[in-house]
Design a binder for this molecule. Structure first.
Ligand code: SAM
Length: 232
């Protein structure tokens, strides 16, 4: 089994874990003094730590060694994701974290059925990316931004918007050495005027094939072309 990975905000020689992390280690993984685990700070540093002691809700660790982790894409990938119904944003956030996204930006578009992203949902998304980062061995935790209207998306250096009927293919255009922005639409799709606005901001409309993918499948497919498909 891979060693457990614990997220800590700052790696110091001695650490204390509390709350959910401490309970998980003590009650689920049944850690004992002397057991070793990996700690990571979500900003690129990892370390090996040994359990010194466990009390209810408090685990003390000593860090034995740290190293800079290298499991991130060479350039950041930002996913602009239209608001989706139900818990689908969280499903996409989990998969996008596994696929190496650096920034996840929920976006409000004309045809979004859901029109707002409450504080509770945003916190849930942020918890989901932390868990997915731990499980997938990420060294950085993706940032989840607050809701952005599509018209406020900034001009990007290299961007792709998935749009049914487009003919350009990501693999013919992608330069993996440049920061990349991706965008996918909601269940009802993007309005042509929105696609035009995105083109003005540096996004190229691209195809994901002749079939219509669900709004929660498309971002995963698009992201896969940019990271997994390139071995990044
Ligand atoms: N009837 C809608 C339309 O024509 O845009 C379908 C929307 S689809 C369910 C949701 C989003 O997934 C789209 O806005 C687009 O970003 C993406 N998408 C789905 N299938 C696609 C495909 N074959 N090529 C490119 N993008 C696709």
């Amino acid at each position: 089994m891979r060693p457990h990975r614990a997220f800590v905000t700052l790696i110091q020689p001695e650490l204390e874990l509390s709350g959910r992390e401490a309970r998980h280690l003590a009650e689920v993984l049944r850690a004992r003094p002397g057991d070793r685990l990996t700690v990571f700070d979500g900003r690129g540093l990892e370390g090996r730590a040994v359990v010194l002691s466990l009390e209810p809700g408090l685990v003390r660790l000593q860090v034995e060694e740290t190293w800079p982790a290298h499991r991130e894409t060479p350039q950041p990938v930002t996913l602009y994701l239209a608001l989706l119904k139900g818990d689908k944003l969280a499903e996409v956030a989990r998969a996008a974290t596994e696929l190496g996204v650096a920034h996840l930006v929920p976006v409000l578009t004309q045809h979004c059925v859901v029109r707002e992203l409450g504080e509770g949902k945003l916190l849930r998304l942020r918890r989901v990316v932390v868990e997915a980062a731990k499980q997938s061995g990420r060294s950085r935790i993706p940032e989840v931004a607050s809701l952005l209207p599509l018209s406020s998306i900034p001009r990007v250096e290299q961007g792709f918007v998935a749009h049914p009927g487009a003919s350009a293919r990501v693999r013919d255009l992608l330069d993996p050495q440049r920061p990349t922005a991706l965008l996918t639409g909601p269940e009802g799709g993007l309005a042509e005027a929105e696609v035009g606005l995105l083109e003005d901001r540096g996004f190229t409309p691209v195809t994901l094939g002749p079939r219509i993918l669900r709004a929660e499948t498309a971002p995963v497919a698009l992201l896969s072309l940019v990271t997994a498909g390139e071995g990044l």
